[in-house]
Design a protein. Sequence first.
Length: 319
Amino acid sequence: MKKIRRKTKKHQKRIEKAGVKEKAKIKNFFKKRIKGLYLPYIEWTLFFIIIHNILFRINIYNDIYGFRGSVSHLYNLNDYTDKLFHLIFMSGTEQLLGGFWFLQVLFISSICLEIYFFINIKIKLNDTILLFILVIIAYISKIYNIGLPMIGSISLISMSCIIFIIGYYYKQYEQKKYYNIYTFIILTIFILIGSHTNYANMLDYDSSDILPYIVFSIVGVISIFCISSVLEHTRLKHILTYIGDNTMIILALHFISFKIVSLIKIYAYGLDIKKLAYFPVIPDCNEYFWILYTIIGVSIPLIVLCGYKKLKSNLIKKQ
């Protein structure tokens, strides 16, 4: 009996230690997500809310042109109050931070999965079953357009969770030996075919697009791994690494950087200056301007970052 009690106590202690470790892990996870996603979202969105009326007065926003018929206006006190309230829940953002929907989806889906993994220590649900459930939720919620206040589309969150889980298991069984230029070419051809037969994006898709989109997303990520493996041995490695390490500021400033190219187009083609408010780009004369939009959209945020770091360094030295 004494031996059995000792074994039982040891087993309980192991469970308690495992529980403590998991709780510490979750706490650390939440800290990283808040620091890496939530706070940048709050800081950048708050900045653009504050300067909204300034941007309106210099024609970056106006009440004539905008995004698919949605135009802007000067904010009053009620608008600011409403914006700040939604800001807390990462719900809605400024037009020039259009890409920030991704941060909200990434934040919510990653937290949902982390909570699931913690609970699953006790319930032991097979992850395959979870994937099946998430696919059903994604389909049904898309068909009936089900969403939650402040959170938005349940289908979009479910799709993100599915991709997260697949990525988690892919990482465990990753075969880097197949990362080469030939695999990249094959996967790229597959993606190009898919983009013509099943065109969709995470903000514009039908229920029938869900599974094809997930498949092509995973294939797209693997193709990036392949070309990255090839470029790793070239001079481009350091440039691409630097860009990859500073994606947040590029995400935050690339749309407002596009306005530089839009100004060039306005003066080159004699367009109405009010068309500067078109979002994301002026739709006229766009055949080759995507190249300039890409270069400016990446380089300007990085130049701003370098300038900020230099200014901060100089201020610290003076103190």
